[in-house]
Design a protein around this ligand. Sequence first.
Ligand code: NAD
Length: 287
Amino acid sequence: MNVESIKKVAVVGAGTMGQGIAQVCAQAGFSVILFDLESSLTDKALLKIKESLVQLVSKNKITAQQQDDILSRIEATNDLHDLQAEIVIEAVIEKLEAKQKIFSALEGINNNQSIFTTNTSSIPVTQIASGLRHAERFAGLHFFNPAPVMKLVEVIRGVATNESTVTLLKDFCKKIGKTSVEATDSPGFIVNRVARHFYVESLKALEENVTTHEGIDQLMKNAGFKMGPFELMDLIGVDVNFSVTNSVYNGFHQDGKFRPSRIQQQKVDAGHYGRKSGKGFYEYPKK
Ligand code: NAD
């Protein structure tokens, strides 16, 4: 299969990343089928995508007609059996079992050309693909948050991923206006491995009362970073960021330099996930 044969993209998970990825694919002209567990979740996702497109119209980046066309290309479903497509992009919670279960179901209902990808931030791609009959057509396709804005996508080759899958995914990234970088299947891939210290060290400084989280954010921005670590954790999702740190920590055999923070654990226990829950390190008034 080549990139021209791709007509439909299935996006599994309509949370922060799934919404953005669905929007990006529809903007590039693909039909998108977007899945989440319940209609309340897919309804919310469609609303968020609409809000994001309305903003693009107000900034004259797209026309009102284009907004309607893009939205008309996105269909929502709560039935996994509807997810038949040339490319599947999974963006559900960062849990190995959930991802494996989805792919084994989707492999059974898709044809023998479909490409399966995961947007995991940190779970080994090879591990997600284990148990699949066609792990050669499986790879990581790691978008960054917010997906409609961030240009980079890491294409991660699992042990069994074949060359034509990697080539197709790189072509696909180009078609949706992204810059792809190939990464091997090592803990945290590239960006999340390097960036881990941005979060872990900042949390350590907070634990040691070096200063407040607002203070650290302010200082890092003054030092040239676009966002401070705590603002960024709230944007990413404190729960998602915590899962990633755990995966990288375990992936490097509990290397102390990646040790997850108790502060982050407490935020997750309290349901303070950041922007998506209305409260994380900061508070976000409901719109
Ligand atoms: P999220 O919590 O915002 O959304 C996850 C969605 O998946 C939820 O709506 C949930 O209902 C849904 N879902 C669908 N099927 C599911 C199932 N079978 N089991 C459990 N949940 C199911 O998470 P997110 O931030 O969009 O992250 C999704 C994936 O993308 C994760 O693997 C994460 O590591 C990765 N990722 C996240 C970011 C980020 O900044 N948030 C960036 C890059 C990659």
